[in-house]
Design a protein around this ligand. Sequence first.
Ligand SMILES: [Zn+2]
Length: 123
Amino acid sequence: MNDNYPPGVTGSEHAIAGPDYEIESETRCPFVMESGWPCGAPTMEIGFYSGERWLVCYAREHVEDLEPPDPGDDPDRKYDEERDRRILGDERGLRTVDQILWAVILAELLLVAEVLGAFAWVG
Ligand SMILES: [Zn+2]
């Protein structure tokens, strides 16, 4: 356990484990302080393309749950998501692993074909 996280946050949340996107939010932190006033610090919105998202206040590390966004209400975000998805997809290497496997298989097949061809030629 890491005790540096704010109350109610274990560190294994998606928000901390690694969100799909992070964008600056225009919403000020709504967390109500002991004084009764909202925190009001600048926040980042972090979330997943599945719709889970949070407002994170970096000033005092408050985390607020957000409602899932309306789909298709923000063309810019759609563009960013698509771009991030492509970048993240490459980083995760799913496609790359497939390509490597196929490259290895093809190389072995070519090698076998060459060896067989050489024997056939010599014979
Ligand atoms: Zn705050």
